[in-house]
Structures are given as structure tokens and as C-alpha cells.
Design a protein around this ligand. Structure first.
Ligand SMILES: [Zn+2]
Length: 312
């Protein structure tokens, strides 16, 4: 689709053509609220409060810090959201994402300060779920197949980066710590282990450059929070599987999902997920998440085949 004879590692996140028009803030608000209302009236009401009570700082301004986050320091205070909205589909989903954190926080306010924040693997549950609901709506509304493909490609890249690539990082870390038992490691050995872990993922689909041997050195988690990256895999795949359950079971899924969020960090992920009928040691549950991902890939493949026919 990019028209490249050889796909290099630095090409993998190159965007397809961008055609989408900027969505005004008011339309983004309506779309996000519509999506949360479609999940449940309580979700809709809580989300509305964030907009009506001006708990979202979305205006881009000189001197404002970048990025996006939701702050919810204690259960005594409501949550606040910071982002800088510029009207891209990605920004719409960022608002949906941060709002998911906000709803998660508001629902778990009945917990004590110590149980209020969810544990790391469950921290992205509401945010990524809300993002998926808004994403599906955005894709459905889009009439231009090129923009639809562009949006799907972005979502697939993000999901692969989380579900598979964070696994590569974790496998690399495991191999480093196990090799370290036999002695100190040189940067050359670290590079070898890094390339080996990445080869297993990319196979022959992407060419890794010589400079990529140093790729391990730009991941701050390896130094500051060792063995953190698995939580991204767990969280993303969990939400994809939960989203699949929601699509299969419909509204009857929502009360159990709400209760999961309301319990904050009051128990282990395993115990918190059990009332939803989920056994996290059962591979077939995780498979649901991969099936959801497969669905995105097939949609993209159908669009790509018609928009970018093979030369020959
Ligand atoms: Zn998040």
C-alpha cells in the first residue's frame, strides 16, 4: 500500500493518505457522548457531567503541556482530563480514552483511598473499551473507504504494537535477565538479544536496520520499571476480549462490567474478573481478544484489496 519495494522497520507506522477533515469539538463531544450513552445510561450521564461541568481541558494553547491524561488523585475529588484537541480521528479517540479513565475513577469513588486506583493490568479497562466503542462508530459513519482503511490501519498498528510488540519487549527482558545470571552483558550482547527477540516477531516481513540493534536503549521501562510491559499486553487483550463479550451478550454484560470498574483496585485481576465468568488462566478467553483483532485485519484486507490492487 505504501508502494515500497522493501518494508524497513522505520516504515511500519508510516500513515496511509490522510483525507479526513477536522471534526469540530462540538461534534466530537456529541459522538463520544452518543457512544457512552449507547453502552449504558449511567455511563452516558457520567460522561455528560465531564463536559457540562468543564472537567476537560481540551483547548490547545501556547505553553500548555502536550499529551493527554486523566487525573484522579483521591476518591474525594472528581477526575480531571487534560488533552489538546485538534480535530483528528485520533484526537476524538483520545477524548474517548481519557473519558473512560474518568468514568472508571468516578465509578470506583466508593472505594477507600488505598483501593481506589485499579492495579496496572486493569488500569486501561474502561479507557480502551470506550475508545473501541467510539472507534467502531467513527468507522461506521465514515463513507470514504480510503479514510476507513486509514483508520483501521491505525487501530491495527496500535493494537499490534500493544498486544504483540510489548510481548517482544517482555521476552527481551526475560532473555537479558537470564543471560545476566552467567555474567555481565556487553552492549553487543544486549543488541544480539534485542534483534533475536524482534526477529521472532517481524520474521521476514520487515527489514531490521543495523542501527536497530540499539533499539532496546530507548525503552525507559527497562531501566525505571522492569517487567512493566506485560501489563500493556494483558490490558489490551483483556479489553478486546471484554469488548467481544459485550458484542456477543449485549446489554446483559453491562451491569457486570460496571461492577468490575466500581471495584477499583480492591482485589486481584483474577478475582475481579471472575464474576464476569472469566477465568484468566483459560486460553480460550484470551482467544476472544485475538478474534476481535482478526476481525479488524480482515476488514482492512477487504478494503485494501479494492483500493490498492496488486500491480501484475
Ligand atoms: Zn490510558
Amino acid at each position: 500500500m505504501l508502494g515500497l519495494p522493501e518494508m524497513m522497520v522505520y516504515d511500519q507506522y508510516a500513515p496511509l493518505e490522510l483525507h479526513s477533515q477536522a471534526m469540530p469539538w462540538g461534534d466530537a463531544r456529541d459522538l463520544v457522548l452518543e457512544s457512552y450513552r449507547a453502552i449504558d445510561t449511567q455511563f452516558g450521564a457520567l460522561a455528560t457531567e465531564f463536559f457540562d461541568r468543564r472537567w476537560i481541558d481540551a483547548e490547545p494553547r501556547d505553553g500548555k503541556r502536550g499529551g493527554a491524561y486523566c487525573s484522579y488523585p483521591t476518591p474525594k475529588l472528581h477526575a480531571w482530563i487534560l488533552c489538546s484537541y485538534t480535530g483528528t480521528p485520533r484526537d476524538v479517540m483520545t477524548v474517548a480514552h481519557e473519558l473512560g479513565h474518568g468514568l472508571h475513577a468516578m465509578l470506583s469513588r466508593k472505594q477507600t483511598l488505598f483501593n481506589y486506583h485499579s492495579t496496572l493490568p486493569l488500569a486501561e479497562t474502561a479507557s480502551v473499551f470506550g475508545e473501541m466503542v467510539v472507534f467502531d462508530r467513527l468507522v461506521q459513519r465514515e463513507t470514504d473507504p480510503r479514510i476507513r482503511l486509514n483508520m483501521l490501519a491505525g487501530k491495527i498498528e496500535d493494537s499490534f504494537a500493544t498486544v504483540y510488540r510489548q510481548n517482544v519487549l517482555t521476552r527481551f527482558e526475560q532473555s537479558v535477565f537470564s543471560a545476566r545470571e552467567d555474567g555481565r552483558l556487553t552492549s553487543r550482547q544486549l543488541g544480539d538479544l534485542w534483534i533475536a527477540a524482534n526477529r521472532a516477531y517481524y520474521g521476514d516481513s520487515v527489514t531490521l536496520t543495523d542501527g536497530y540493534r540499539w533499539g532496546w536503549s530507548y525503552i525507559p521501562h527497562f531501566i525505571h520499571t522492569p517487567f512493566y510491559c506485560y501489563a500493556y499486553v494483558f490490558g489490551q487483550l483483556l479489553v478486546l476480549a471484554l469488548y467481544r463479550m459485550y458484542k456477543e451478550e449485549g446489554q446483559s454484560f453491562v451491569p457486570r462490567f460496571t461492577e468490575l470498574l466500581a471495584r477499583g483496585g480492591s482485589d486481584t485481576p483474577e478475582a475481579l474478573l471472575r464474576p464476569l465468568g472469566i477465568d484468566i488462566t483459560d486460553a480460550s478467553f484470551w482467544q476472544k481478544g485475538l478474534v476481535e483483532l482478526e476481525g479488524l485485519v480482515s476488514q482492512a484486507q477487504v478494503l485494501a484489496a479494492s483500493l490498492y490492487p496488486r500491480p501484475e
